[in-house]
Design a protein around this ligand. Sequence first.
Ligand code: TYM
Length: 334
Amino acid sequence: MFKGQKVSFSGVQPSGNLTIGNYLGAIRNFKEYSEQYKTFYCVVDEHAITVRQVPADLRRRTYETLALYMACGLDPERNTLYVQSMVHEHAELAWILNCFTMFGELSRMTQFKDKSARHADNINAGLFTYPTLMAADILLYQTDVVPVGVDQVQHVELCRDIANRFNQIHPDTFTVPEAVLPKNGKKIMSLSEPEKKMSKSDENPNAVVYILDDRDTIIRKFKRAVTDSESEVRFAPDEKPGVSNLITIYSCFTGKTIEETEREFAGRGYGDFKLAVGEATADALAPVQTRYREFLADRAMLESQMKKGAMEATCYARDTLARVKKKLGFVQVR
Ligand code: TYM
């Protein structure tokens, strides 16, 4: 589709304020592919409605997420940045892929099990078939790599299974994609319960550092982070999950290795270390926050990017969908 050029695709749900987990596990790594790959980065608003959303909040967060993509260095001239619901091919291919996905496969998805436990009053069919919409997102663009955090790997694996199954019946339809994880930061943990993933839907704001938190808030949250009863800054995720998570965050934001970080804080207490993690995080996020505010203030620019991105994405998505429909035997009379 892209004359030998590889494709990177990923998405983020505008379902809450984005966290440093979203940033370090995913968004920060999107840019890495901008130079050599054809890249598609999507604000996946259709995924967000699997859980009830306040419409005005969903709309606002959609703009915010696009502004944040750009603030994180994604240039819309080099990357196709767009909103999922503006490209109807996603929902259409998702239906088709539903017919190539097994009930048992979807039942095994850990995110479905977690979310249905958390939203027991609204276990809708969309929550269940969410991974087929995600597969449609990825497969529409003949994607090679999907930069994500570790919690999305199971969904990308299922997408591979769906693609392989479809290709077996209808050869040479989809490129089979691969999840790519950052070396460091693939799973940032909660600051108050470090055995749990940091999540934008966490109800405890102290557990989560948001990309847009101000400097004082960031430092305060790290000061309160749960650690352990020792005082040694040592990376041992099973034994010392809290401290190890802080080491990972520090290392991601400063570019220092885990070993360098351990050496730097040898013989110093947790107080010093937590302050340093807070300062490093705030320093690294400050330029992103400044650019974000500029982009968000220019609504007309964001809307014109949304239109441009949707038009670009549609050109590619339409092509794949037409091929799929033809292979399935759908009549296409124009
Ligand atoms: P979402 O919106 O939950 O998260 C967006 C991205 O952030 C990563 N992430 C994390 N990484 C490290 N540590 C954390 N604590 C952390 N929390 C979140 C996620 O792994 C993800 O990469 N279903 C997806 C969105 C999606 C998508 C796609 C992704 C829809 N279609 C197609 C890739 C390709 C989701 O809910 O991500």
